[in-house]
Design a protein. Structure first.
Length: 190
């Protein structure tokens, strides 16, 4: 079974919306506006590219990343990696042609089936709605969180407000940085 890893920039109060400057959110760009950039705090991002074998995205994140990431040196390792987009509305004609093989999955059942295939870890970037749904369905195996020392209040959250059974996590890696960022890696115990 493949490991499904959720990777997120998250505020201390759980907001994940528009960390890189995406339009439409009043606190857009919060990862770089008020927090000093320290390269060592982002080491996990390059490690994710080396350790992952596929990317899983929701439609909205795919539409945000696919015009930009294929040509960015910072994300070069992802270019040839298989991509999977979970969407009920995206069509084959909506996919970019310069970012490697991309498969549209229509349901969480198809994500569960993907996890049963041979191969290495699958990384989820962005994709707030997809993350919440994957978590609620018990499909996420690990969280890679970069927690920013900010309270954003309103915004899309990483975790849903669903009334569900307790989900236990085990902290397997952590580090705090001089700029206030914290790296927290959790395995889902179930």
């Amino acid at each position: 079974m493949r490991t499904l890893i959720s990777s997120a920039f998250v505020s201390l109060d759980g907001v994940v919306e528009a960390p890189g400057g995406e339009p439409g959110y009043r606190n857009s760009g919060w990862t770089f506006k008020d927090v000093e950039f320290l390269p060592e705090a982002f080491e996990i991002k390059s490690r994710e590219q080396k350790e992952s074998s596929a990317i899983l995205l929701g439609r909205t994140s795919y539409e945000a990343f696919s015009p930009v990431w294929p040509d960015m040196e910072d994300f070069a390792d992802y270019k040839l990696m298989p991509k999977y987009v979970v969407s009920t509305t995206l069509a084959e004609g909506d996919l970019v042609t310069n970012w490697g093989a991309t498969t549209i999955l229509r349901s969480l059942d198809e994500v569960a089936a993907l996890k049963e295939t041979e191969g290495g870890p699958i990384i989820v970037h962005g994709s707030a709605t997809l993350n919440r749904n994957l978590s609620d369905a018990g499909l996420i195996d690990r969280y890679h969180l970069l927690v920013f020392p900010l309270l954003l209040g309103a915004g899309k959250r990483l975790f849903s407000g669903s009334d569900k059974d307790t989900q236990m996590l085990k902290l397997v890696e952590q580090e705090a940085y001089a700029n206030g960022l914290q790296k927290q890696v959790f395995d889902v115990v179930r």
